[in-house]
Design a protein around this ligand. Structure first.
Ligand code: SF4
Length: 366
């Protein structure tokens, strides 16, 4: 996924335990291989192109840009991190998101590998004086389980929601559920050793002041080009300089219909119950997805802390705004189901701009 909040801060201790700097864009443009602006790269120099596909518009636009740049189709693979894991939790994410990504990959005839933290968001949140759970990584050879190194890690307790906060310790979800998972997937597959890998993500400078400072091309945190494994990994953000207009235009040119959240009126595609949701989105969930706030409210009672940074219980937050008006019953029905059955692509003349385009609904502070 690639939304505007998923990369800004990470838990310092997590980086320490991996021996890497987990900030997404931390190098100076004066360093070798670091470019503040790199709208095009020589794609032929890479053996593998790994595209982090959230199922949102910016990662789809990144795929469109790769195709427009003539990438070798056989070198591309999509990775999707399941926020809720695969152990039964449905706390945070859209029910259809995993299957949408499957159908999207099929539509472009590309391999898709899922990866997740066992237990997902809910399992991590319920950690109580225990070690982090293993990571699950799909690979061409099958599913791999990566246990934690309990000699280096310490037991920890969360028992609260990640919070919209400047504190690196409290906003833990994107690092624990996505960034860390992706990096372990890179570090633990020997097929990348001795290879040149391009790791592609869909951030855009327009999204936040923090992203405005990102480098467009730089050695990835998992780069070991000078090490024993000789693994060369570059991080590239192909749509970093794009406007939202350019993103929608890319989807239209490639005939990718707007994903469900934008058709419902959301301005971005993230977890359904993202901690950054604004009162309008919480009101919309209460109105159109009855019962969807119950689990969150129950955890608020149990933890004695709210999911919303205002410290107002989520059901009260949801009464602070009018819900979005959703007229499209077909897409509303899809939003509730795990199997994705709507078309993924269309002919360009059947393409339409979704109601959520250019809206700030669902966005937090940038
Ligand atoms: S809750 Fe929001 S910030 Fe956290 S992982 Fe989900 S989309 Fe990202």
């Amino acid at each position: 996924m690639s939304d505007q909040y998923d990369d800004q801060m990470v838990i310092p201790g997590l980086g320490d335990s991996l021996g890497v700097d987990l900030r997404e864009s931390s190098r100076s443009p004066s360093e070798d291989g670091v470019y503040f602006s790199a709208p095009s790269v020589d794609l032929d120099q890479y053996d593998r192109v790994v595209l982090c596909m959230s199922g949102g518009k910016d990662s789809i636009a990144s795929l469109a840009h790769l195709l427009d740049e003539g990438v070798d189709h056989g070198s591309v693979e999509l990775w999707h991190h399941d926020v809720d894991g695969r152990e039964g939790s449905t706390l945070m994410d859209w029910p259809f998101m995993a299957d949408y990504n499957r159908k999207l990959a099929d539509a472009f005839d590309l391999p898709l590998y899922f990866s997740w933290l066992e237990g997902g968001f809910e399992g991590e949140m319920l950690k109580e004086n225990s070690y982090g759970r293993p990571h699950k990584i799909e690979t061409p050879e099958g599913l791999v389980t990566l246990d934690r190194d309990t000699r280096r890690a310490k037991p920890g307790t969360r028992l609260k929601f990640p919070q919209v906060s400047a504190s690196l310790q409290t906003r833990w979800c994107s690092s624990a559920l996505k960034i860390d998972v992706g990096r372990r997937a890179l570090n633990n597959q020997s097929r990348f050793d001795g290879k040149r890998v391009l790791f592609v993500t869909g951030e855009r400078r327009e999204e936040s002041t923090n992203r405005a400072k990102y480098n467009q091309l730089e050695p990835h945190a998992c780069d070991r080009r000078s090490g024993r494994k000789a693994r060369h990994v570059d991080a590239w953000r192909p749509v970093l300089h794009w406007s939202e207009e350019q993103v929608w235009d890319a989807l239209k040119r490639h005939g990718v219909l707007p994903p469900v959240p934008y058709r419902l009126g959301w301005g971005r595609s993230s977890c359904m119950k993202c901690i950054f949701n604004d009162p309008t989105i919480w009101a919309t969930l209460r109105e159109h997805f009855p019962g969807s706030l119950d689990d969150i409210a129950a955890y608020e009672d149990r933890f004695g802390t709210t999911i919303h940074r205002s410290r107002i219980p989520i059901k009260d937050v949801s009464r602070q705004a009018e819900p979005l008006s959703i007229q499209d019953t077909e897409v509303l029905d899809q939003a509730l189901r795990t199997e994705y059955t709507l078309p993924v692509r269309s002919e360009p003349d059947e393409w339409f701009m979704p109601t959520g385009a250019f809206s700030r609904s669902g966005c937090g502070p940038s």
